[in-house]
Design a protein around this ligand. Structure first.
Ligand SMILES: NC(=O)c1ccc[n+]([C@@H]2O[C@H](COP(=O)([O-])OP(=O)(O)OC[C@H]3O[C@@H](n4cnc5c(N)ncnc54)[C@H](O)[C@@H]3O)[C@@H](O)[C@H]2O)c1
Length: 298
């Protein structure tokens, strides 16, 4: 298969590129290295160094559209930049590879808000940030293209993804932040009392979901574990994996942080046969092993 991976130098994208190459697929990466790293880019992929805010052409059977301005705070301060990358960029991606199926990385956390129960896809998707609005807009473009052009593009709504190559410098990567600080012997901070919880899904599971979507139609589909872990539990699990007895400092909760975010992934299991396989402890161990093998991993 000829695959285009936009954002293929990023955390999730570069892991996906490696998996595609391992399968023998032909891969073109479209990335401008806004946050992606050259060292994570497979030498076996062809690079189209390009900013998706501008039109381009790239022949493909399938496009995994992962390139994004993925930082919620940046979207608050620079909504026009966020929309240029995440909305206009998505339209350019749809136009760049006519005939290809586009699979789009949307975000469950950015859309469902507070989740008293695991959120299913029919829960109201009411974003509270320009980033979330742009993701919703991207989904609408894909689904609208399906109606207008008869395509089979599919949006996937990821939970909190973690694993090797996640950047501890970017907001959202709480696993990467905890593990990196514990590795350095630095103090760790929890904002709030630690009882807030998230659905942490390991990057290999997310890649399996992306691959399970190839050639299928439908969605949007949630991609999560269906289980939430409190930030305090996560910290304890990270400390255990790192083999240290560290207590986090507690600081005031951050404005806008929801108390509970967890996705119900029953639909994708029923329709595409995907379900998360990697338990949190196992995923943390693998992430820790990667971090130790790459001293300058961050
Ligand atoms: N990491 C998560 O927990 C999570 C959760 C929900 C959704 N997502 C989505 O998954 C996708 C991948 O996220 P990630 O965590 O790997 O982020 P990332 O920042 O590591 O990767 C994004 C990639 O997009 C590239 N990029 C940014 N702007 C670009 C532009 N204008 N032109 C071309 N390339 C550009 C970056 O250089 C980077 O390589 C994003 O769409 C993100 O919104 C991630």
């Amino acid at each position: 298969m000829r695959a285009v991976v936009t954002g293929g130098a990023g955390f999730i994208g570069s892991n996906l590129v490696d998996a595609l190459i391992e399968r023998g697929d032909e891969v073109v990466v479209v990335d401008n290295f806004a946050t992606g790293k050259r060292k994570h880019l497979s030498p076996k992929a062809t690079l189209l160094e390009h900013d998706i805010r501008e039109p381009y052409q790239a022949d493909a059977d399938v496009v995994f559209h992962l390139a994004a301005q993925a930082d919620v705070q940046t979207s608050m301060t620079r909504p026009e930049y966020d929309a240029a990358v995440n909305v206009v960029g998505t339209v350019n991606v749809l136009q760049a590879s006519p005939g290809a199926q586009v699979i789009f990385a949307s975000s469950g956390g950015a859309g469902y808000g507070e989740c008293p129960d695991p959120a299913s896809e029919d829960a109201p998707f009411l974003p509270l940030s320009p980033y979330g609005i742009a993701k919703k807009c991207g989904e609408e473009y894909l689904l609208g293209w399906n109606r207008i052009h008869g395509t089979t593009h599919v949006p996937l709504r990821f939970a909190n993804v973690y694993g090797p190559r996640q950047d501890a410098g970017l907001e959202g990567g709480v696993v990467a932040i905890f593990l990196e600080r514990l590795a350095r012997g630095d103090g760790t901070t929890i904002y709030g009392d630690g009882s807030q919880s998230r659905d942490f899904v390991y990057v290999d599971d997310v890649i399996a979901a992306l691959l399970a979507t190839v050639g299928k139609s439908g969605g949007p589909y949630n991609v999560g574990t269906g289980e939430d872990t409190t930030v305090a539990q996560l910290h304890a699990a990270c400390a255990a994996v790192a083999g240290v007895d560290a207590q986090p400092r507690l600081e005031a909760a951050r404005l806008g942080d929801v108390q509970r975010s967890v996705l119900d992934a029953a639909l994708i299991e029923r329709e595409l046969g995907w379900r998360a396989q990697v338990p949190l402890d196992d995923g943390l161990r693998r992430t820790w092993a990667w971090m130790k093998s790459e001293p300058d991993s961050a």
